[in-house]
Design a protein around this ligand. Structure first.
Ligand code: C5P
Length: 229
């Protein structure tokens, strides 16, 4: 079976408040996008890559792509639209039971170890699964007016990270179906769950953070330099 990597990189990253999408901000002397692709390539050099880019992208440089076999897809309005566009772009060459890993371009700190363990675990999983980290903080629900309404049990709660990996045929059907039924799809697993399947949780490192807010860039710098020690 082939291994595919889908990297949605068509977001605007407005929460960063920067002059360009966050994947093009400098990190570790390169860009966030270059760092993320470098990690993925270090772990999975044989994978085939599909990168989703904004149709009006003015920053992308193909020199940042280390993969020999790669293609691009045009991103859509939401992350899920970008992922579906990528699945359409690989469809002519993908078999239904090929494994597709979807990884946010904004997660440059994913480790080679976590990637290798994810792929090894999913080899024996007919559905698929995701890297995830147990929730460590106490969880509060608000009353809508800035006060605590309740403390929720964190027992059994996980942060959903990426990559998330599923069989091509199942993932494509699940995403399309979820969209057409109006299910909110913020990750691949939620679409697969809506299709009645139970994705496997694979414990991943908590420092696989998603760069979202300005302070996350400094955190990612620290994580990358600590991981190189
Ligand atoms: O904005 P957020 O961090 O939630 O985006 C998650 C990922 O989805 C990022 O890698 C972003 O580039 C990507 N994305 C996309 N197409 C969109 C919106 C987000 O590829 N329309």
């Amino acid at each position: 079976d082939r291994l595919w990597l889908v990297v949605p990189a068509a977001g605007q990253g407005r929460r960063m408040g920067a002059d360009r999408p966050k994947q093009y901000l400098p990190l570790a002397g390169r860009t966030v996008l270059a760092c993320t692709l470098e990690r993925l390539y270090a772990a999975l050099p044989e994978a085939r890559l599909c990168l989703c880019l904004d149709p009006d992208d003015a920053h992308f440089d193909p020199a940042w792509v280390p993969f020999a076999d790669w293609r691009r897809a045009l991103g859509g309005a939401e992350r899920v639209d970008s992922v579906i566009a990528a699945l359409t772009a690989i469809a002519p060459d993908a078999a239904d039971d090929d494994l597709v890993l979807v990884h946010d371009v904004a997660r440059p700190c994913v480790t080679v170890d976590d990637l290798a363990r994810l792929v090894a675990t999913l080899a024996d999983e007919p559905v698929g699964g995701l890297l995830a980290a147990p929730v460590a903080d106490t969880m509060k629900r608000d009353d809508g007016a800035g006060r605590v309404a309740a403390t929720e049990s964190r027992e059994g709660l996980w942060h959903a990270l990426t990559p998330q990996g599923f069989r091509f045929g199942l993932l494509r059907r699940a995403l399309r179906e979820a969209l057409s039924r109006g299910v909110s799809v913020t990750d691949e697993a939620s679409a697969v769950e809506a299709a009645g399947q139970a994705p496997r949780l694979i414990v991943g490192r908590r420092d696989n953070l998603k760069i979202t807010h300005p302070e996350d860039l400094a955190l990612a710098e620290l994580v990358l330099s600590a991981q190189r020690q």
